[in-house]
Design a protein around this ligand. Structure first.
Ligand SMILES: Nc1ncnc2c1ncn2[C@@H]1O[C@H](COP(=O)(O)OP(=O)(O)OP(=O)(O)O)[C@@H](O)[C@H]1O
Ligand SMILES: [Mg+2]
Length: 254
């Protein structure tokens, strides 16, 4: 099984609330169409300009205090915004005749102080067995200590990669990989291989309630499998990473 994260930064414009980059998702579907069903896939997508602004508006990461009924409404609204984005993605895959199947992360995960402490993966495993392509997403989550929190698509990637022994994990981003400093900045250098010793700098980031690039790297470091960070806006890159060609930034198998 190959695990693929459709970064919120490629499926939407994180500077424009509720924007959707249909073309990018169509390209991903077209590439997977050539590889499915010989290979099996689990997809995870980020919040992009749907989830992040809603989570910030309702202060979901701040947790739930006693009597905060209004926040529960915000919790559900944030989830609905993610379902809206998820539906757009699923529709594109179905049109390409790929059996993408939505699984809400908030229905199968529980966190404690932001860490996943429970993940109900049986349905995902069985879905894979019958040939479905499960599609999960960064979502709201019930947290044992805080009441509520946000679970990032990146954390879901790490959990599933290890629990389900993924062959490899691929992060599709809007830049060519991991840079030693803010991408686009003068002298910024693309790093070929990252490991525990890698130190990067990051500049002003677009809205991201779960820690942006630093947290993405932290989650990738937990994974036992090979991890790719590639530019998902460029057609053909995903196929190259799946086939094991040298592209973007990699983290080697532990
Ligand atoms: N040193 C760096 N190397 C690579 N990317 C960086 C770096 N510093 C900042 N970034 C930015 O991090 C972004 C990717 O992280 P971010 O969490 O915003 O995206 P995402 O995971 O695609 O979105 P989402 O969280 O909605 O899924 C890129 O858009 C990139 O511009
Ligand atoms: Mg992010």
């Amino acid at each position: 099984m190959i695990l693929i994260k459709l970064g919120g930064s490629i499926i939407s414009d994180k500077n424009k609330p509720f924007s959707f980059n249909e073309g990018v998702v169509r390209n991903v579907a077209a590439e997977l169409k050539n590889l499915y069903p010989e290979k099996s896939f689990i997809l995870v997508h980020g919040g992009g300009s749907f989830g992040h602004p809603m989570a910030r508006k309702y202060g979901i990461r701040g947790g739930l205090a006693a009597g905060e009924t209004k926040k529960l409404i915000g919790f559900s609204h944030t989830h609905e915004a993610m379902l809206e984005l998820n539906e757009k993605i699923i529709d594109i895959f179905l049109k390409a005749e790929l059996p993408a199947f939505s699984i809400s992360s908030s229905s199968i995960f529980i966190t404690d102080k932001g860490n996943i402490v429970h993940g109900e993966l049986k349905v995902i495993k069985e879905a894979l067995k019958i040939g479905l392509i499960p599609v999960l997403f960064g979502d709201v989550v019930i947290d044992e200590s805080k009441g509520m929190d946000i679970i990032s698509g990146d954390a879901i990637m790490a959990y599933i990669a290890n629990e389900m022994k993924a062959e490899k994990a691929i992060f599709l981003m809007d830049v060519d990989g991991i840079y030693d400093r803010e991408p686009g900045k003068k002298d910024a250098r693309l790093i070929d291989v990252i490991d525990e010793t890698t130190v990067i700098r990051h500049g002003m980031e677009k809205i991201d309630v779960t820690g942006g690039i630093k947290n993405k790297i932290r989650e990738a470091m937990k994974m036992d499998c090979m991890v790719y960070f590639i530019n998902g806006m460029v057609k053909g890159n995903l196929t190259k990473a799946i086939k094991g060609e040298k592209i973007g930034t990699i983290k080697k198998r532990k």
